[in-house]
Design a binder for this molecule. Structure first.
Ligand SMILES: *Cc1c(COP(=O)(O)O)cnc(C)c1O
Length: 372
């Protein structure tokens, strides 16, 4: 291992101004060290406003928000759910929690997200499908116009997994607010963090209220403990929400720095043979959560990741598609080899917003060294 300072893929980055601590201090001062509380309500309304959603419900994780989105969409035992295959397992796991059946769908090279043609094919095979889960990976947005047109035609709700895309716009509209439900994650490596947390957004007031109800153990409106529905302990704490309110104030700064990092890499590395940067579409304003590349020449992703690791620099492969995962491979899959190609050829470069120009130069030096 080199003596060099560690460079992270993406790590928590609190505001220089200390906004987060002010909200957390307030929680301590008022003894709101609990789920519920003013920071939770504040974080919900501030995030909803930021993304242009009517309502929001804060949860303990993005995964919990996805689980309750499926519940809200009425997905239950034996139902079919279409799910983008190229993603983190957290997108697909809640389908199994609901005893429903995933059908995985390939990505396309233009967006790296769900291929609308494969989606169309899936509808023909499974017209009874109950919900569609699309993902905006690395802050790239899916082809939402086509996806929404198809899903509206079949009258099936769309759940957008926008865990990685807070700060990303599709044709001027924030990702996560285009389908019926959207979810965000505030896990430690996401663009802003609450140490752990999530949020469900929707314009459907009744459903969002229902999500809050389920997330606090589904307690009926009675003096005693009365339950007519299955509940969960999924509500965000007032302390975590305080961190989130502070972080939200610097989201635009974080997006700007992520874009800077991406452009830095692009300027330095784009000329290298057989290196391709993630797709850029005029209708997409990404948050550049991670700068991702693909390699289709002599230098393999593993060589590059190992060379960086030797210099104490963290990088990662692109997600391994769900249809190739031992746990999920028994489920149906529709599409070709795009997800597999991206997994086998992709690398996520360090995209930590605390990186300096020297850090970025260090990363580029190591990478360029592999082409000599
Ligand atoms: C991080 C992530 C999630 C899960 O979020 P958690 O808050 O960690 O539960 C879901 N989907 C995708 C695509 C993610 O990257």
């Amino acid at each position: 291992m080199s003596e060099n300072k560690k460079i992270w893929l993406a790590s928590p980055h609190m505001s220089d101004e200390g906004y987060e601590m002010q909200y957390v201090q307030d929680a301590f001062d008022t003894n709101w060290i609990a789920p519920l509380g003013p920071n939770v309500n504040g974080f919900e309304s501030e995030l909803a406003e930021k993304v242009g959603a009517k309502h929001a419900a804060a949860t303990v994780s993005g995964t919990a928000a996805l689980h309750l989105a499926l519940e809200a969409a009425g997905v239950g035992e034996g139902d079919i759910v279409f799910c983008q295959s190229l993603t983190f397992s957290a997108t697909a796991n809640p389908i199994i929690y609901q005893n429903a059946t995933p059908v995985f769908i390939d990505s396309d090279m233009e967006t790296w997200n769900m291929n609308p043609n494969a989606l169309e094919e899936a509808f023909i095979k499974y017209p009874q499908v109950k919900a569609v889960m699309i993902v905006h990976l690395y802050g790239l947005s899916a082809d939402m116009d086509r996806i929404m047109e198809i899903c509206n035609r079949y009258n099936v709700p769309v759940i957008e997994d926008a865990a990685e895309s807070l700060g990303t716009y599709y044709k001027g509209q924030h990702t996560g607010t285009i389908g019926e439900y959207g979810i965000f994650s505030f896990n430690g490596n996401k663009i802003i963090t609450t140490s752990g947390g999530g949020m469900l957004v929707s314009d459907n007031k009744e459903k969002v209220e229902k999500v809050r109800f389920w997330s606090t153990q589904a307690r009926d409106d009675a003096r005693h403990y009365q339950h007519s529905e299955l509940g969960y302990n999924y509500r965000m704490s007032n302390v975590a929400a305080g961190i989130g309110r502070g972080q939200l104030k610097v989201l635009d700064q974080r997006v700007a720095k992520k874009r800077y990092i991406y452009n830095f890499y692009k300027n330095e590395l784009n000329h290298l043979e057989c290196i391709n940067f993630m797709p850029e579409n005029i209708w997409n304003e990404p948050n550049f959560w991670l700068s991702a590349i693909t390699l289709d020449g002599k230098v393999k992703p593993l060589d590059l990741m190992k060379a960086l690791e030797e210099e104490n620099i963290e990088s990662r492969p692109i997600w391994k598609p769900m249809h190739l995962q031992p746990f999920f491979e028994k489920y149906d899959y529709i599409g070709g080899n795009v997800g597999q190609y991206l997994f086998e050829n992709g690398v996520c470069l360090p995209s930590d917003t605390k990186m300096t120009d020297e850090d970025l130069e260090r990363v580029c030096m190591v990478i360029k060294g592999l082409w000599i």
